[in-house]
Design a protein around this ligand. Structure first.
Ligand SMILES: NC(=O)c1ccc[n+]([C@@H]2O[C@H](COP(=O)([O-])OP(=O)(O)OC[C@H]3O[C@@H](n4cnc5c(N)ncnc54)[C@H](O)[C@@H]3O)[C@@H](O)[C@H]2O)c1
Length: 253
């Protein structure tokens, strides 16, 4: 397929719905071969079917990103199906507690750090040998606007997203030595299942909208162009950076 990502192979985690699905679709529309993944076989099957119906070059696999054996399988199967790995989008995350930060249970804290931060780090670390074989690579971490201005009722989730900005900065120089780039995307409030709790409550929605200069929520598709840009050689001189996709929200929460 022609396009700015022609010849590239991409993995997108948690890509059967929401922002991950939109990114997987956009990378494939721009010419990449894409491995779609998430935790449930049924969701993987549905996403792959939908994308194949659009004549996109995708395959799918179950991957719970906190499980080492699942991550290994994801890399091995991608190499087997597509011949290598050029792009990794680490998108999986969860927010397991809503309320005052000081009340966050320890197991929730651990779960969010394990999934949102540690799994991202392990994916980045473990994919390096495959990218080295290709001679270059691009990694993209999905952070959040909450990384900059923590949202009060999801304080520890926000903290994990700030940690990803740090991970981005700390890995960029080391990965550069392998000719691999790493960058972040920080979405604002995007209409997905993830943001349902906020967007289905009219009062909360109105408060949120009042902080967004563009006056509306974003869509998953509006995050996907930034991912495609960071995956492509158009961003060849960028590493350790973050693209904010928030309708102008930065610093306004
Ligand atoms: N929606 C927003 O407003 C918003 C804003 C900023 C950042 N984000 C980030 O965007 C990313 C995608 O979120 P989304 O809004 O598309 O919501 P979503 O609920 O569609 O995506 C989250 C995905 O992560 C998956 N996931 C959870 N645990 C997993 C695991 N262990 N292994 C693999 N997958 C797992 C879920 O199944 C789900 O598909 C997340 O990193 C989220 O933090 C979302």
């Amino acid at each position: 397929m022609a396009g700015k990502l022609a010849g590239k192979v991409a993995i997108v985690t948690a890509s059967t719905d929401g922002i991950g699905f939109a990114i997987a679709r956009r990378l494939a529309q721009d010419g990449a071969k894409v491995m779609v993944s998430s935790r449930k076989q049924n969701n993987v099957d549905n996403a792959v079917k939908a994308l194949k119906q659009e004549n996109l070059n995708v395959e799918g696999l179950v991957c719970h990103v906190a499980k080492k054996e699942d991550r290994s399988k994801l890399f091995n199967e991608t190499v087997k199906k597509f011949g290598g790995i050029d792009v990794l989008v680490s998108n999986a995350a969860s927010s397991t507690y809503f309320g005052p930060t000081l009340n966050t249970p320890e197991d929730s804290y651990d779960k969010m750090f394990d999934l949102n931060v540690k799994s991202s780090f392990m994916l980045c670390k473990e994919v390096v040998p495959e990218m080295e074989k290709r001679g270059s690579g691009s990694m993209i971490l999905v952070s959040s606007i909450a990384a900059y201005t923590p949202m009060s009722m999801i304080g520890i989730y926000s903290l994990t997203k700030t940690a990803l900005l740090g991970l981005n900065k700390v890995l960029a120089p080391e990965l550069a030595a392998h000719n691999i780039r790493i960058n972040c995307i920080a979405p604002g409030i995007i209409k997905t299942k993830f943001s349902n709790a906020l967007t289905q409550n009219e009062d909360a929605l109105n408060v949120a909208l009042s902080t967004i200069p563009l006056g509306r929520l974003g869509t998953p598709e509006e995050c996907s162009g930034a991912a495609s840009f960071l995956a492509s050689d158009d961003s060849a001189y960028m590493t350790g950076e973050t693209i904010v996709v928030s309708g102008g929200m930065t610093g306004r929460l």
